[in-house]
Write a protein that binds this ligand. Structure first.
Ligand SMILES: NC(=O)C1=CN([C@@H]2O[C@H](COP(=O)(O)OP(=O)(O)OC[C@H]3O[C@@H](n4cnc5c(N)ncnc54)[C@H](OP(=O)(O)O)[C@@H]3O)[C@@H](O)[C@H]2O)C=CC1
Ligand SMILES: C[C@H]1O[C@H](OP(=O)(O)OP(=O)(O)OC[C@H]2O[C@@H](n3cnc4c(=O)[nH]c(N)nc43)[C@H](O)[C@@H]2O)[C@@H](O)[C@@H](O)C1=O
Length: 321
């Protein structure tokens, strides 16, 4: 039997690399990858030519313009333009090249800012989005709807998973553009090493977030991708094809800061900078649909935090330039 050819878009990113590692360990999989420098996914002609030549059997779309609250709020044009282009090109050109199965990675920010907690899949398009990341969320919603539209019109099998906030080895530890967890690991680590008296955390500390370890996310992605078509369809309602991925548990940013202080050995004061935005007050996923299908997160938060911190310490150099 010939190998299944799987193209992972974004294979050097945090999630894409975790997915690629799992796929590489599987028998019967031929992994296809291109770096950003080799293939700019915003370039329609290049993506068309790549798909026509490679003709993968399956596409996993983990490439995107990604960042935390500051990056989303500061570069909204890049977040909407690049994500719409990447998705539009990859999904459409995959279809043109005969790809029958595709997995699109969205985000929990697709749900309204004031969505009932925990957020069920059918909360989509029921209210106003969080302003700090609306352009990114609109692009992600368009990605879900593009997959649904091709399924409806052409009978292909394009699936969507909506991850909660992710973290782990390979994360982005940029001082401003990263998400909160890597940002705090770095800041508290630096403060502990320098013997600083205090560390500043953005916002009020009150917002609540749900954090999923990237290896669990990679496992969930392949779990959803591998489901037989009937099982996937049965789990989704018509016009509601996306599936939440998370732990089903959240913590406040203040609790996160305390956990990071513990792990990095910081004993000083934690102060809150109220000039920085809080963003969505709470983003807790309802993960009952995925649980009913047979998957749940398994890496304990403290273990995952330790592993991420270890990875940061081993790779610190790349963030110091
Ligand atoms: N991290 C998180 O907390 C969450 C992530 N997600 C989603 O999961 C997916 C993966 O995110 P994550 O791994 O964290 O992100 P990363 O930033 O770590 O990885 C994104 C990857 O996409 C590549 N990429 C970006 N733009 C282009 C382009 N124009 N052409 C080719 N490649 C490109 C990047 O390459 P390069 O670095 O070389 O530019 C990188 O390899 C995304 O869809 C994201 O929206 C959803 C919820 C939460
Ligand atoms: C995954 C998700 O990520 C983004 O949304 P977000 O959850 O709001 O992202 P965040 O991780 O950057 O912040 C979470 C909370 O934490 C607070 N916070 C404290 N101190 C720091 C800090 O130092 N850095 C950051 N980034 N946040 C901090 C921050 O003020 C906020 O209250 C989306 O834009 C979009 O990308 C998306 O889908």
């Amino acid at each position: 039997m010939s190998a299944v050819k799987v193209y992972v878009a974004g294979h050097r990113g945090m999630v894409g690399s975790a997915i690629a590692r799992r796929l590489a360990a599987r028998d019967g999989v031929e992994l296809v990858t291109r770096t950003h420098a080799e293939l700019d996914l915003t370039n329609q002609v290049a993506v068309r030519s790549f798909m026509a030549i490679e003709r993968p059997d399956v596409v996993i779309l983990a490439a995107a313009k990604v960042g935390g609250i500051h990056a989303n709020n500061t570069y909204p044009a890049e977040f909407i333009y690049e994500n719409l282009m990447i998705q539009g090109n990859v999904i459409h050109q995959a279809f043109e090249a005969g790809v029958r199965r595709l997995l699109f990675l969205g985000s929990s920010c697709i749900y309204p800012r004031a969505a009932t907690q925990p957020m069920r899949e059918d909360a989509l398009l029921t209210g106003v989005l969080e302003p700090t990341n609306e352009p990114y969320a609109i692009a992600k919603i368009a990605g879900i709807k593009q997959c649904e539209s091709y399924n409806r019109q052409y009978g292909v099998d394009y699936r969507s998973v909506m991850p909660t906030n992710l973290f782990g080895p390979g994360d982005n530890f940029h001082q401003k553009n990263s998400h909160v967890l890597p940002a705090l690991l770095r800041r508290f680590h630096d403060a502990a090493r320098a013997g600083d008296a205090e560390v500043v955390v953005w916002g009020s500390g009150a917002p609540r977030r749900e954090f999923l370890y990237v290896d669990d996310m990679a496992e969930a992605s392949l779990f959803v991708m591998d489901l037989p078509a009937a099982a996937y369809e049965a789990s989704t309602q018509p016009m509601l094809s996306h599936i939440n991925v998370g732990t089903g548990e959240d913590i406040s940013i203040a609790e996160l800061a305390q956990a990071v202080a513990r792990i990095t050995g910081f004993n000083g004061r934690i102060v809150y900078d109220s000039t920085k935005p809080d963003g969505t007050p709470r983003k807790l996923m309802d993960v009952s649909r995925l649980a009913a299908m047979g998957w749940q997160a398994r890496t304990p938060f403290e273990d995952a935090l330790q592993q991420t911190y270890r990875w940061f310490q081993e790779n610190e150099g790349r963030w110091r330039s």
